[in-house]
Design a protein around this ligand. Structure first.
Ligand code: CFM
Length: 544
């Protein structure tokens, strides 16, 4: 099939918004941007983190999902109780592919349990606090966990149950840490609000409560890595090879004690900026631990991230070890990459996921010569698109004001700046360390690419018909709708039972998986012969 050349992004944008009523169309037009990286590195403004218009089929999830499912859920020894009707209770179970590895079979691992207060009409009318207390007691008697977390669903906020008072009372009664989250599904415009709420409570109730010291020379935390498909295992192994001690990961393969002890680290490495930048900032303010953005997705990204960490510690031996690990791992990556690249070069991809992967995974596609023609986040904020430098310009609307902003001050006794301001400035200048910074998706994308925030299902179908990408990356809600159109769909949330995709080993897995998917011939057979016309149907061209 000869290619007619890439569609003009401006006309595609007009095509996407023209079906909407005027007001909705105007809003969508602000959320759909044709990328342009200007000489000074700036990019056009995008509207993000705003409500989805009623009637539009969005990819987004709710605030409860962001708090319980994303940030706290992967921690194996915090017992999570969902306070609400049993329907929401389903999501208190392990629905995300975050793996965990207790050191011995007798260590606590609750992440496959599903605990709900099963609210009934009676509690909606007369209040649910009594039932919640009984549930906490029952859970404690059954499991004797180190900590219990209580998560609020929509009705809890509507009827006004004081989950925090219940948590305080039960904490005192049971002698373990019990804390609650006001993470009602409606609390924010998406799951992003749930991340912030989870960050706040973790910081208030857990971080800093365990003073166990560590002798290791290089101690870090990994923030925003949730061990989907075993990614965190790969990163843990890599860091260990380099001689870097990982105190806590927030929150893949994590434990309560590791969070409590996280302030003993000397650096926070932030993987998913969107979900955890609040903890990174608060730890710096209270304990003096600086943070840098890293990306362990993609072989080059992994090498760069390891070098960033080594540079920070200013230690020649560590740097040599890191270089040795990179040199050992790279040849195997290069062999598979080159082999796969020969078959994938020039093919196109679209990525519409979450608040960080639609950016991170572009690197992997690039490594095998594939082009990202359109991308967007479900729930990211402007800084995730345009870079953190836009933060002062971001307008705080009523929905954002709804989420508590903790006021954090240096701890009277435990604030210990790991580097002086001068040292930080010097390091930041001579290397790519970029403390407290994140460039965002758009500055790293080509001009003329289409960026779509909170993409709707209608827009997805239009984009697929117009661009006919070789692969579309999204989630389970989109997967089969996309594949019925004859286009391969890779789940970038759950990895389709695959992975790990982080680090060097993960890059190899990803190259092979994408090679298999975009070169699969099955898509050409989707149309029965009696429907075929002289020219191939629009939707079957992905297999070209
Ligand atoms: Fe961060 Fe995530 Fe993501 Fe996210 Fe998520 Fe996820 Fe995601 Mo699904 S924390 S923003 S809320 S990288 S669950 S592990 S894949 S949408 S792009």
């Amino acid at each position: 099939m000869s290619s007619p050349g890439p569609p003009d992004a401006r006309s595609v944008k007009n095509e996407l918004v023209k079906i909407y009523p005027k007001k909705v169309g105007k809003k969508r037009a602000d959320q759909i941007v044709v990328n342009e990286v200007r000489g000074d590195g700036s990019v056009p403004e995008i509207k993000a983190n705003v409500r989805t218009s009623p009637g539009i089929i969005t990819q987004r999830g709710c605030t409860y999902a962001g708090c319980k499912g994303v940030v706290i859920g992967p921690t194996r020894d915090i017992l999570s109780i969902t306070h609400g009707p049993i329907g929401c209770g389903f999501y208190s179970w392990l629905t995300r592919r975050n793996q965990t590895r207790p050191p011995t079979p007798s260590d606590d691992n609750f992440i496959t349990y599903c605990l709900s207060t099963d609210m009934q009409d009676e509690q909606i009318i007369f209040g649910g606090e009594k039932k919640l207390k009984a549930a906490v007691q029952e859970a404690y008697d059954t499991f004797q966990p180190k900590a219990i977390a209580i998560f609020s669903t929509c009705p809890v906020g509507l009827i006004g149950d004081d989950v925090h008072a219940v948590a305080r009372e039960m904490k005192e009664k049971l002698g373990i840490n019990v804390f609650a989250f006001s993470c009602e599904g409606y609390r924010g415009v998406s799951q992003s609000a749930g991340h912030h709420i989870a960050n706040n409570q973790l910081f208030k109730h857990v971080v800093g409560s365990n003073e166990t010291p560590h002798d290791e020379k290089f101690k870090i935390n990994m923030l925003g890595e949730y061990n989907i498909g075993g990614d965190a295992f790969v990163i843990e192994e890599l860091l260990e090879h380099c001689g870097i001690k990982l105190i806590a990961t927030f929150s893949g393969n994590s434990t309560y004690d590791a969070f409590a002890n996280a302030h003993m680290a000397d650096l926070n490495a932030v993987m998913c900026h969107r979900s955890i930048n609040y903890v990174a900032d608060m730890m710096e303010k209270k304990y003096g631990v600086p943070w840098v953005k890293v990306n362990f997705i993609g072989a080059e990204g992994t090498a760069k991230s390891l070098r960033k960490i080594a540079t920070y510690f200013e230690d020649a031996e560590l740097m040599a070890r890191v270089e040795k690990v990179i040199a050992e791992e790279m040849p195997a990556v290069a062999t598979v990459r080159d082999e796969v690249k020969a078959r994938c070069e020039g093919k196109t991809a679209m990525l519409f996921v979450g608040g960080s992967r639609a950016h991170h995974y572009q690197v992997l596609f690039k490594e095998i010569g594939m082009k990202t023609v359109a991308a967007g986040y479900e729930f990211a904020h402007r800084d995730d698109y345009e870079g953190r430098k836009v933060l002062p310009a971001v307008r705080v609307d009523a929905d954002s004001k709804n989420i508590e902003e903790l006021e954090v001050h240096p701890d009277e006794t435990r604030y210990r700046p790991r580097k002086s301001g001068e040292e930080l400035a010097k390091l930041g200048a001579i290397s790519e360390l970029e403390f407290k910074d994140y460039k965002g998706m758009m500055p790293e994308m080509e001009d003329g690419r289409l960026i779509v925030d909170d993409i709707s299902h209608y827009e997805t179908e239009r984009l697929l018909a117009i661009y006919k990408p070789a692969i579309f990356c999204a989630g389970i809600k989109e997967k089969y709708a996309v594949q019925k159109l004859g286009i391969a769909c890779k789940q970038l949330h759950s990895y389709d039972y695959g992975g790990p995709y982080a680090g060097f080993k993960g890059a190899i897995n990803f190259y092979r998986e994408i090679d298999r998917m975009v070169n699969m011939k099955v898509w050409a057979f989707l149309q029965p012969p009696w429907h075929q016309q002289d020219t191939p149907p629009e939707s079957s061209q992905a297999a070209d």
